[in-house]
Design a protein around this ligand. Structure first.
Ligand code: ZN
Length: 256
């Protein structure tokens, strides 16, 4: 984690030097003006994850216990006003022929449960398993996931492989198909929102700056500034549950 953050910080240092002309502001009226004209909005959300593949191979049952706990927490959690504002905005814009995509490091499915339809999960999903032998990925919402790992292998015919959570761990490569889709969204969006602590863990930490380097407005929503804040046009400090619904609410120019 520390190494990751240092690497990100070093990476960011170079960018900051290049982009010093940007003066970040918190002008919601200006943001709303840009929002009302945006056709393709990318919303980047979520923080990184910390388990490691080595950890799993040494202690699969302990890692599963941890993910079981996180699954139960997620199943009992409700989407926040921020999740709901993003989902509602996507539904509204799609009726107007505009789009909103969520690019998330979250693995808890709360965006989908709030109603978001176009979600790219760069760190996988808590409610999917992947077989270590045949790589088969299955959706799994069982609660509890299983009484113990004893005798609980892959369901695929002829394979009895060990299942692991289908999430990205420290040091693992992100899914290239997902990343290709993410790249396309980052290249085509005309407004980008960075929500929460997305600016901390690499590579998602570079998504916002990559959009900003094309001259596209990027707005950061979180409680405190990050190393990336100086590269963005907007920074709206405060709780996303408060700031996002206001930012994404229907604009007076929207007629549908
Ligand atoms: Zn299998």
């Amino acid at each position: 984690m520390n190494q990751l953050m240092l690497r990100t910080a070093a990476h960011c240092g170079r960018w900051t030097a290049v982009n010093q002309t940007i003066r970040t502001n918190s002008d919601m009226a200006e943001f709303r003006e840009i929002f009302s004209k945006a056709r393709h909005i990318a919303v980047i959300t979520g923080a990184g994850d910390l388990a490691t593949p080595e950890c799993f191979s040494r202690h699969p049952s302990r890692v599963w216990e941890f993910y079981h706990y996180r699954r139960e927490l997620s199943l009992n959690a409700q989407p926040s006003p921020a999740h709901r504002a993003i989902a509602e905005c996507e539904a509204r814009l799609s009726r107007q022929g505009r789009s909103l995509v969520v690019i998330t490091q979250n693995i808890d499915e709360l965006h989908q449960r709030a109603g978001s339809r176009h979600v790219l999960e760069v760190h996988g999903n808590l409610f999917q398993t992947r077989c270590l032998s045949c790589k088969d990925v299955e959706i799994n919402h069982k609660s509890p996931i299983c009484p113990s790992l004893e005798g609980k292998g892959c369901d695929e015919k002829g394979c009895d492989g060990l299942l692991r959570p289908h999430v990205i761990w420290f040091g693992e490569t992100l899914d290239s198909q997902i990343l290709t889709k993410v790249e396309k969204e980052l290249e085509t969006c005309d407004l980008c929102l960075v929500v929460g602590t997305s600016s901390v863990v690499y590579p998602a930490a570079m998504f916002g700056p990559q959009v900003a380097s094309r001259g596209v407005p990027v707005a950061e929503f979180n409680t405190k500034m990050t190393v990336n804040t100086p590269r963005f046009k907007f920074h709206f400090p405060g709780r996303c549950a408060v700031t996002l619904p206001a930012a994404l609410a229907r604009h007076e120019s929207e007629i549908i």
